[in-house]
Design a protein around this ligand. Structure first.
Ligand code: ATP
Ligand code: MG
Ligand code: MG
Ligand code: MG
Length: 563
């Protein structure tokens, strides 16, 4: 590709509103442009990277025996009614109507479509197992689209769905995908961890792992052992059975160890409230302190009390603003609120749930500051919540717990029969008996992966693409196109390198060498070959984008050098 007519405009300055490095660099290097909030166009350079990642994913999926299909992005609302998710999914689901006033949704995920697709076809154990995947745009009306393609409202996802006739089969399909994911992210050059994760709103029983690219801009916190494979999302960093929680070190928040503060029952006793009369309890942060709000009543609100969890003596009636905030929530209970700064505090204050319901975080403008549905809220019972802290011994006894921030680039999930039951997708087993298909689902954020790669691979001058995902193999440039020998050598190398099978971006622009080098650094193509002052002697300057010094190489030996 000749850079003269290449459409990937660079920017020198940090674009406004881009808070993290990957977003800044993806804009500055001309990979993407915003079309609307959380909605992006991919320019040639960005699209090439996207396609590279897609192809890695495709190869690994095919190798794992999955088959590629393509499902519609526009889905009839009826199937979401059938699964019940039309209500559960909340405002993140984009909804639309056709000209006949029929309801549709834009695919946020495809469990409903795939299950209805296979329900009449995969009707015998003889046809199983099957694994189907697609790479397609997904639509989620995220409350806070941000960080460029890291959390956007339209994004590219690979989603796969496995169908098995037995739990053992599902187990096999699951680990098969797990291994494929490891290969994908390794090939993408990511430093990642597969962590035990929370089943969350998607439902289904059984295991799930998230693949986390380690990065300080990550919105998740993971707890891992520095000496074994143990790793879990802090949301579920509950410890294996039989593990004794180590004594909590002395901190300024010592009062939480007060036994009466540990469970909601105890707390309510302290407040002289019967647990049966509580219709809502909400844990949140007020003035940076964890506060438990208890709403008493019998459907109607009779009284709202607020207890400061750091100071058990402070119990008061709620203020108007708090009442409003609390009543905006559906009846239920918030477990640990994983708002970034508060995670540790709140993990300590996890209280027992009264009802297994989600709070109003799904409703517009009625959630807590910094709280994000699914991501920030876990519903669980107190018994399940024994949180790990940094410095604890790892639950497997090997090493010490460390915390790290991670970007969720993928997730594998044992769904079980949730969707096959709801959508009546049965198969006949060996005895001729109808059974619901046993499913797994597996997602990779293809576009988010680009941002994760840039977060991990850059320096102050720009992106440093790992070879496998680089938009081009070689960035060839002529320092001064007005010099005939330089231009001639550039042209001839452009031809030769392409003939040798390299994908080459050739900077043939009438720009100053300094501008060209700056753009080359920003673009981050792994190898730079410059035709400059020594062109007449058939010598070029080769520099690796990753930490290399420029070296002079004779053109006759260039191909060998690049191999
Ligand atoms: P998150 O916790 O970040 O909101 P999720 O758990 O809701 O993600 P999944 O339903 O597991 O996402 O979807 C599979 C993958 O799709 C995720 O692992 C992630 O890589 C990607 N993904 C999800 N939401 C977005 C988004 N808004 N923008 C870009 N990629 C996304
Ligand atoms: Mg989400
Ligand atoms: Mg998630
Ligand atoms: Mg997920």
């Amino acid at each position: 590709m000749r850079q003269q007519s290449f459409f990937s405009p660079t920017m020198r300055d940090v674009p406004q509103g881009a808070d993290i490095t990957s977003h800044q660099l993806m804009l500055r290097a001309g990979l993407i442009r915003q079309t609307a909030s959380g909605i992006y166009s991919y320019l040639p350079l960005g699209y090439k990277v996207l396609r590279k990642i897609e192809n890695i994913v495709r190869e690994e999926m095919n190798n794992a025996g999955a088959q590629e299909i393509l499902m519609p992005a526009v889905q009839p609302a009826e199937i979401w009614e059938e699964s019940g998710r039309i209500h559960d999914y909340g405002p993140e689901l984009m909804r639309l109507k056709d000209r006949h006033n029929r309801d549709f949704v834009l695919g946020a995920t495809h469990e409903e479509v795939i299950t209805s697709l296979v329900r009449d076809e995969l009707n015998s154990y003889k046809k199983l197992p099957v694994n189907l995947y697609q790479i397609q745009n997904k639509y989620r009306d995220e409350r806070r689209p941000r960080f460029g393609v890291l959390r956007s409202r339209e994004f590219v996802m690979k989603d796969a769905y496995s169908f098995d006739s037995s739990e053992e089969g599902l187990e096999e399909s699951y680990w098969n995908m797990f291994r494929a994911y490891q290969s994908v992210f390794k090939r993408c050059g990511l430093d990642f961890r597969a962590v035990e994760a929370d089943a969350g709103a998607i439902g289904g029983k059984g295991g799930t792992h998230e693949f986390m690219a380690l990065s300080d801009v990550g919105e998740d916190t993971i707890a891992y052992s520095d000496a074994s494979d143990f790793a879990a999302n802090i949301e579920v960093a509950k410890i294996a059975d039989g593990y004794e929680k180590p004594a909590r070190p002395e901190t300024s928040m010592a009062p939480i160890d007060t036994p009466s503060m540990k469970t909601i029952d105890d707390l309510m006793k302290g407040l002289s409230i019967e647990s049966t009369s509580i219709i809502k309890s909400v844990l949140f942060i007020a003035d940076e302190e964890p506060v438990l709000v208890l709403v008493r009543g019998d459907h109607e609100v009779n009284e709202i009390k607020v207890a400061n969890l750091l100071d058990s003596s402070e119990v008061r009636l709620a203020e108007d603003a708090e009442v409003e905030q609390v009543m905006g929530c559906r009846t239920g209970f918030i477990g640990p609120v994983r708002a970034p700064e508060n995670v540790k505090i709140l993990a300590d204050y996890a209280v027992r749930g009264i009802a297994e319901a989600v709070t109003g975080a799904n409703e517009s403008d009625k959630h807590f500051i910094n709280v994000h549905p699914d991501r920030d809220i876990t519903i669980s019972s107190y018994e399940d919540l024994r949180f790990i802290k940094e410095g604890d011994p790892a639950p497997d006894g090997k090493g010490t717990i460390r915390f790290a921030k991670g970007i969720e680039v993928g997730q594998v999930f044992k769904l079980g029969t949730k969707y096959s039951k709801a959508l009546k997708a049965d198969f006949l087993d060996e005895q001729g008996k109808a059974q619901p298909l046993i499913m797994g689902c597996y997602g990779i954020g293809v576009s988010r992966t680009i941002a994760a790669i840039v977060e991990q691979h850059h320096d102050e001058s720009g992106i440093i693409w790992p070879k496998n995902v680089a938009p081009f193999d070689i960035h060839l440039l002529t320092m001064n196109v007005k010099q005939e020998d330089q231009a001639a050598l550039g042209e001839s190398l452009y031809k030769k390198l392409r003939e040798a099978g390299f994908d080459v971006l050739y900077d043939d622009r009438k720009e100053r060498a300094g501008v060209k080098f700056k753009d080359a650094d920003l673009y981050g193509i792994p190898v730079r070959v410059a035709c400059g002052k020594k062109a007449a002697e058939d010598i070029v300057e080769v520099k690796l984008r990753e930490g290399g010094e420029a070296v002079e190489v004779a053109v006759s030996g260039l191909m060998d050098y690049l191999k």
